[in-house]
Design a protein. Structure first.
Length: 153
């Protein structure tokens, strides 16, 4: 009888803990989605500023990045195109609008990667894997491209 009560209490504690972990995972997945859309808005903001610049190399790089983003956002090709756009911007353009847009883009990418890190960490817990607490949500991926606009000395 005592063993049965002990098992029942243990099962209830595990279920409560699993419920809290599942809720936290759900919030983290929503946070990743929200910050991903913010990152996308920051990329679009940079495209808009670039199209005001009368430089064909810069505009071609921005058009390529935008086209690849429309096909599949944050694919490897798109991230490479974003890095190329940053490289070209470093060589040609140094305006206050571009610097502020680049800083906002860096902040958005860092926030996104931090949300991804927290989500992947919680998804790696045994209880999350064993009980499949993340449901059908796809594991988020890090976004890594060169967004350092200013030359750091």
């Amino acid at each position: 009888m005592n063993l049965l009560i002990l098992l029942l209490i243990s099962a209830i504690i595990v279920l409560i803990f699993a419920s809290q972990v599942a809720g936290r995972l759900d919030r983290l997945h929503r946070r990743v989605s929200s910050v991903r859309s913010t990152l996308w808005r920051r990329c679009n903001e940079r495209y808009e500023i670039v199209h005001k610049i009368p430089n064909i190399d810069v505009q071609n790089a921005a058009d390529k990045a935008k086209r690849l983003a429309d096909q599949e956002m944050f694919s490897d090709e798109h991230l490479y195109a974003e890095s190329e756009l940053t490289r070209i911007l470093k060589m040609h353009i140094n305006t206050l609008d571009m610097q502020s847009a680049q800083i906002r883009l860096q902040d958005a990418r860092r926030m996104y990667n931090e949300a991804v890190r927290a989500t992947l960490y919680l998804r790696s817990w045994r209880i999350s894997r064993w009980l499949r607490l993340s449901g059908r949500a796809i594991a988020p991926k890090y976004v890594d491209f060169d967004d350092s606009y200013l030359n750091e000395n």
